[in-house]
Ligand binder design. Structure first.
Ligand code: SF4
Length: 376
């Protein structure tokens, strides 16, 4: 392998990794330029196995998007509708949102993941009461809700500080933040694809605040549209720098751009090889973020499975009723059973572990894949 790594121009990077040294910006660009994808994947797999051996995580979760009314105009978004009443727009009543959880009383869910459009007319109480209701219905469930973009929007709309918004939501039951809304941190790209929502500095500052309040969060990167490889590496390094500072990121989640039904539909979707490379380079650059997740809804199930040998150690979860990617043309299923997830992890030669949101083990690899508690 040493010879192959040298031939691929990766000898120096391999030596650095072997010595436990951090990779630089130039190293990241070189990994994107390297023609030998399998050599890049081999290095990423080394790092993945050093951190996690064959362990591969997923959780039993549900997604909820309570409204798609949104005042922002991100070019890649197929989910948002501008105004209440526009064709295809919807806003759930609190009872409808809570019903999503009540309907699943029989499922051993550990997490509900909520993200929404930026609705201009809902009161702050709508969100606070939503959280309180979820905890009343299911006291033990982990509430991973509202991207940093939503937190910034709430603060501006309700004339509060970002910190006060986070504190009030936390008091109502919020446990952690999802990583959405990061897109690409570089200003050049943000100005073009998402100019009218929370910028990079504020996104990172909100995550830092959340970490300071004891919450864990994730960070994403939307790839495969107009960003350059340098901007991808810059994005990773900004996430790494914040992690050095506040330490609360649990997972880095590359999100594949999907071109259907949005204003960037002329662009092709990223290829499978690009997806594998992005996940591998993420694993190699982000030495301080514990997990790299392949969101199977976005990558496709088969590519996510292969990614388990390209640095990925987490496959998200059962999901159930995903809207954002399916409105952008994703052809993946909207839900997977835990049995199906465990089988696909095992078929890839890895060890399935059901985790909760904070990576505590719920069901270890020794459990049978068709345990009675699993939903069919
Ligand atoms: S990505 Fe989020 S903020 Fe942007 S338009 Fe879509 S729903 Fe609104």
């Amino acid at each position: 392998m040493k010879q192959r790594l040298s031939a691929a121009g990766l000898g120096e990077i391999a030596d650095k990794l072997h010595a436990g040294e951090r990779l630089s910006f130039d190293d990241g660009v070189r990994l994107f330029d390297c023609p030998d994808l399998l050599a890049v994947g081999w290095l990423a797999n080394q790092e993945r196995e050093r951190k996690h051996a064959g362990r591969t995580y997923y959780n039993f979760n549900i997604r909820l998007e309570a409204t798609n009314v949104c005042v922002a105009s991100c070019l890649f978004c197929s989910f948002a509708r501008l105004r209440p009443g526009d064709a295809g727009s919807y806003t759930m009543s609190l009872e409808q949102a809570w019903d999503k959880l009540r309907e699943r009383a029989h499922q051993p869910l550990t997490e509900i993941h909520v993200v929404n459009g930026l609705h201009p007319d809902l009161p702050f109480d709508y969100y606070l009461e939503m959280l309180r209701g979820f905890k009343r219905i299911r006291p033990g469930i982990h509430l991973k809700c509202f991207t940093a973009v939503e937190i910034a929007f709430f603060a501006d709309l309700y004339k509060m500080t970002d910190e006060q918004v986070l504190r009030d939501l936390q008091a109502a039951g919020l446990d952690s933040l999802p990583g959405g809304g990061a897109e690409i941190f570089a200003e050049r790209v943000r100005r073009k694809i998402c100019h009218d929502k929370c910028g990079t500095d504020r996104y990172l500052a909100i995550h830092k605040l959340a970490h300071g309040l004891g919450m864990r969060t994730n960070v994403t990167m939307l790839y495969g549209h107009i960003e350059t490889k340098e901007e991808r590496v810059d994005h990773m390094l900004r996430a790494r720098a914040l992690q050095d500072d506040s330490g609360g990121f649990q997972a880095f989640i590359p999100l594949a751009f999907h071109p259907d039904n949005n204003q960037m539909r002329k662009l092709p979707a990223p290829s499978a090889t690009d997806t594998l490379r992005v996940h591998a380079v993420s694993r190699l650059m982000l030495d301080n973020i514990p997990h790299v997740k392949a969101f199977w809804i976005a990558t496709g199930v088969e590519v996510a499975q292969v990614a388990l040998w390209f640095g990925v150690d987490d496959l998200d979860g059962t999901v159930q009723e995903e809207k954002i990617y399916h409105m952008a043309g994703a052809r993946t299923p909207e839900a997977m059973t835990t049995t199906a997830i465990r089988r696909l992890i095992r078929a890839a030669g890895r060890d399935p572990i059901e985790r909760d949101t904070l990576y505590n083990v719920v069901t270890g690899p020794e459990a049978p894949d068709e345990a009675p508690a699993l939903v069919q």
